[in-house]
Ligand binder design. Structure first.
Ligand SMILES: [Zn+2]
Length: 156
């Protein structure tokens, strides 16, 4: 069981998968995944007060990292991803809609970033990737991705 404890690693980010603009849709009330922005949440539906469930996005990043001993892929959910992005997944999604290649550029911005990550085994035993429970960028010059993107695209 000793292997089940979260581990902290020093690593550098070598790639970030840009599928889906780094995020997925959830019900804004219970945060269960939704297939599309117009679908009603199956979980909240029972509550009659909520006839029109609203959606929002949460980050889900698949990141390849290199520690001193190996390269592996980890999954980074909303709380940790916000540290890197400096904004909500909705904000990033809206930014990416208006700015072509924002996701690709965000990935490039993060490449090579040195971080201290705390990794935990997935709660779901079937999930294949370790989960990032916290991330601390180590570079003194680190600025959140959204900041770098705004500079890149000349947005103020
Ligand atoms: Zn719901």
């Amino acid at each position: 069981m000793g292997d089940e404890k979260p581990q902290t690693v020093l690593c550098s980010i070598i790639a970030v998968e840009t599928t889906n603009d780094f995020s997925y849709l959830v019900c804004s009330l219970c945060e269960k995944p939704l297939p599309n922005p117009l679908s009603l949440c199956k979980f909240c539906n029972r509550n009659s007060f909520n006839s029109s469930s609203a959606s929002k996005r949460l980050f889900r990043l698949l990141v390849s990292i290199a520690s001193d001993t190996r390269v592996f892929r980890v999954i980074c959910f909303d709380r940790a991803a916000k540290v890197l992005f400096g904004c909500s997944a909705n904000e990033f999604f809206d930014f990416a809609k208006l700015h072509p290649f924002a996701a690709t550029n965000a990935g490039k911005i993060l490449e090579g970033e040195m971080c201290r990550m705390t990794l935990a085994k997935p709660k779901n035993g079937n999930a294949e990737h370790l989960r990032v429970t916290s991330v601390v960028p180590l570079s003194s010059g680190f600025q959140p991705v959204i900041q770098s993107l705004k500079e890149l695209y000349g947005v103020h």
